[in-house]
Design a protein around this ligand. Structure first.
Ligand code: UD2
Length: 309
């Protein structure tokens, strides 16, 4: 039984992680519910603090009183668009809170087994390198991407400079149950699911031929746990499926699974939208991870979850 802190644990990925870990561990969650929802964790036995990770005094007290074995740092303002509108406020969450936590662990010599930071494929920007490997050039084009990249580097460097056990990951396009569809910048599959459920038209930006590396949240959770518990190097890993699918193909597959025809309204591509995205996941595979969910199986499970909830 390990003591685990999940920041952002009421959110999409954090709550799925909490569900996977709760059986054998003592879980604490801090979440300001800006994107997360209390109902995501209502059915599991965790200690929940509805609080902002930027409250440094609160975080310090939490850390020193609990002596967590593992910290999964998922708290973030996850909307790229929001970071463009509010660069300083989002910087405080997406970078300052992370460095503050690392620094407190270091100066107080907290006996942590692993600090895992969650970054994003956004750090790669729009450069042509393809597929994206962890050694590809980065080109963070927005405050969100800059903060994710900086926090990732801080996480790795706290490992290399001060011997803290740390690791960082870059998420590609994660989808699955509990993803919040409420913002126009929510994951496209959560928006599509919502449209299918409520018979609403879906707005497709671009021609539908843009590709993404969609990864089911169940695989993401397994990868996170493996990296936290079974690796010893302070470094960064892509978390993805390693495949590449066009948006229109995803929609057609999902229509077959749900039996619902999606009404599509086409609009111009979003500013800055990436045409092609795909990850090289050999580094993750080298630590023994193998994705278990094909896109079809993942979509089937996602739809089943919605049909039952
Ligand atoms: C993902 C991340 C983003 C950032 C970025 C870096 C998510 C939810 N977003 O953005 O945070 O890391 O990667 O590259 O993981 N689309 C529509 N209609 C909609 C919504 C989206 O056509 O209502 C399109 C969108 O224009 C894009 C594709 O669907 O071409 C995927 O959109 P997304 O927002 O799910 O993810 P992405 O890759 O743009």
């Amino acid at each position: 039984m390990a003591k685990i802190l999940i920041t952002g644990g009421a959110g999409f990925i954090g709550s799925n992680l909490a569900h996977a870990l709760v059986k054998d561990n003592d879980i604490t969650i801090i979440d300001d519910l800006s994107m997360g929802k209390e109902e995501n964790i209502a059915d599991i036995d965790v200690t929940f603090y509805h609080h902002d990770v930027c409250d440094s005094a609160f975080m310090h007290k939490l850390l020193s009183e609990n002596k967590f074995d593992y910290i999964y740092y998922l708290a973030a303002v996850s909307s790229v668009a929001d970071s463009v509108v509010r660069p300083l406020e989002t910087h405080r969450v997406n970078q300052e809170s992370v460095v503050d936590t690392l620094e407190y662990i270091r100066t107080e010599k907290l006996p942590i087994k692993k600090f895992l930071f969650t970054s994003s494929a956004a750090v790669y920007g729009n450069l042509p390198d393809f597929p994206k490997t962890e050694t590809s050039h980065v080109d963070p084009l927005t405050p969100y991407a800059i903060d994710k990249y900086a926090s990732e580097r801080f996480t790795i460097d706290y490992g290399n400079l001060y011997n803290l056990p740390t690791v960082a990951v870059r998420f590609f396009n994660v989808y699955g149950p509990r993803q919040n569809p409420e913002s126009p910048y929510s994951g496209v599959l959560s928006i599509i699911t919502e449209c299918m459920k409520n018979n609403k038209p879906f707005t497709l930006y671009g021609d539908g031929l843009q590709t993404r590396d969609f990864v089911y949240v169940g695989d993401v959770v397994n990868a996170l746990i493996k990296l936290a518990t079974e690796t010893n190097e302070s470094t960064v890993y892509n978390i993805a499926n390693g495949g590449e699918t066009t948006l229109i193909d995803v929609i057609r597959t999902y229509e077959d699974i749900s039996g619902i025809k999606l009404e599509i309204t086409y609009k111009d591509s979003r500013h800055g939208d990436i045409k092609k995205s795909k990850a090289d996941i050999s580094k993750l595979k080298n630590v023994g991870f193998e994705p278990q969910w094909s896109l079809e199986d993942g979509l089937r499970n996602y739809w089943k979850y919605y049909s039952e909830n």
